[in-house]
Design a protein around this ligand. Structure first.
Ligand SMILES: Cc1cc2nc3c(=O)[nH]c(=O)nc-3n(C[C@H](O)[C@H](O)[C@H](O)COP(=O)(O)O)c2cc1C
Length: 367
């Protein structure tokens, strides 16, 4: 069984472990002729890189990407693209004492129950180091998208940390890059810094909600029933480590609305194109994009590795206790932001390619 791949035409397979020599992504199905350099992909990896501020793990990884295949004279050749990132700061000894114990909230116990063997060094394959491979693939997807849908802009940001939500009336796109939390609200950024500092010093952790928006996606992208754009986006976001909930548009709150409030009214814009009075649908109807912003939110659980003793068991079934030492983020939601963006990029590109394959230029024109 091979469960390490995703995507229909833009097919991404990730490989590698937290403490192995390297990890990466093999991307099959990328169109030929896309200009790509390692620097273009590195830009996105630098956003996810650990150790950039006191709120993210102090593991020092350069996360330097190498392109081993599929690119010749600066452009993709249409053959498989191998992206590799070497692990340079593996301190396996940090994890030696958890060799025979299962860390609560981690996948140690389930990997062992499934495979009968586990790489205990930093969680092995279940470690979120794997998400570096996704970000590399997402960087490539962004470059490939430029030729197919040049107007697409994908942006992720945090909208909630623990119980603290952003003030939507203070939403400012320019703020997102200005603070360590990728939060579009300057006041929230300042309040959250104090809040997270307290949690970090006490060795605790907290969850978060991340929103990822794709602007400029043309109408008509997606597929009905089993290949819905929202189905693929949800699966992509849910596959990120520590994600426990995904919403599109109004999401769970749609259950509280009436039909009048929820159905986005349609009118003709001054440019002769259909427009909507609101976007409760999150830019997707019947699994197909409306041309509005595609809005996805996902909830990330609190970091499980905390400095408080927790009860657990050993491989032999003995009850014991554990403190997870090592280097950890007080809120892994922060570093999940570029990962969510990468997954959005891969899914949108995949559906642009599927659309081109099946429908080409024969799309319905209104007006
Ligand atoms: C970018 C990122 C970094 C993460 N870093 C840590 C970490 O430092 N410590 C930790 O306990 N969990 C971390 N996690 C979460 C774990 O990888 C995850 O909870 C664990 O593998 C169990 O999988 P599950 O939560 O998806 O069930 C991180 C998640 C992401 C997305």
């Amino acid at each position: 069984m091979s469960m390490n791949s995703f995507g229909h035409l833009f097919r991404v397979t990730t490989w590698g472990e937290s403490h192995g020599p390297a990890l990466g992504a093999t991307v099959d199905g990328c169109p030929p002729g896309v200009p790509v350099t390692p620097e273009m992909i590195q830009h996105w990896l630098d956003k996810r890189k650990p150790g950039q501020n006191k709120y993210t793990t102090q593991r020092r990884e350069a996360d330097e990407v190498k392109i081993l295949s599929g690119v010749f004279e600066g452009v993709t050749t249409g053959t498989p693209i191998q992206l590799m990132i070497e692990n340079t700061d593996q301190r396996s000894k940090d994890y030696g004492d958890i060799k025979d114990k299962f860390r609560p909230g981690h996948a140690d116990i389930t990997y062992f129950q499934k495979y009968g063997i586990r790489d205990y060094r930093g969680g092995g394959r279940s470690s979120a180091r794997e998400t570096a491979s996704r970000v590399a693939a997402g960087g490539l997807a962004r470059e490939a998208m430029k030729a197919m849908a040049p107007g697409v802009q994908i942006t992720g940001y945090m909208v909630q940390m623990g119980p603290h939500q952003i003030d939507r009336t203070a939403f400012d796109w320019d703020q997102i890059e200005q603070n360590p939390f990728w939060v579009p609200d300057a006041q929230a950024a300042s309040d959250w810094a104090t809040y997270l500092d307290g949690l970090r010093k006490s060795g605790s952790s907290v969850g978060a909600i991340i929103e990822v928006v794709a602007r400029g996606v043309p109408a008509g992208i997606g597929a009905p029933v089993y290949g819905k754009l929202d189905t693929d986006l949800s699966a992509a976001m849910m596959s990120i480590n520590a994600v426990k909930g995904v919403e599109i548009g109004e999401g769970m709150s749609a259950a509280m609305l009436t039909g009048e409030a929820n159905a986005d009214e349609i009118y003709m814009g001054n440019d002769g194109q259909p427009r909507y009075s609101s976007n409760h649908a999150g830019g997707i109807l019947g699994g197909i994009s409306t041309g509005q912003d595609i809005v996805v939110r996902f909830a990330v659980k609190p970091t499980s590795s905390i400095l408080t003793t927790r009860k657990t068991i050993t491989k032999n079934g003995e009850e014991t206790e554990i403190i997870t030492k090592g280097r950890h983020d007080p809120c892994v939601g922060i570093r999940a932001v570029p990962v969510g963006e990468a997954m959005m990029a891969c899914v949108i590109l995949d559906h642009l390619l599927l659309h081109r394959g099946q429908v080409g230029e024969n799309r319905g024109i209104i007006g």
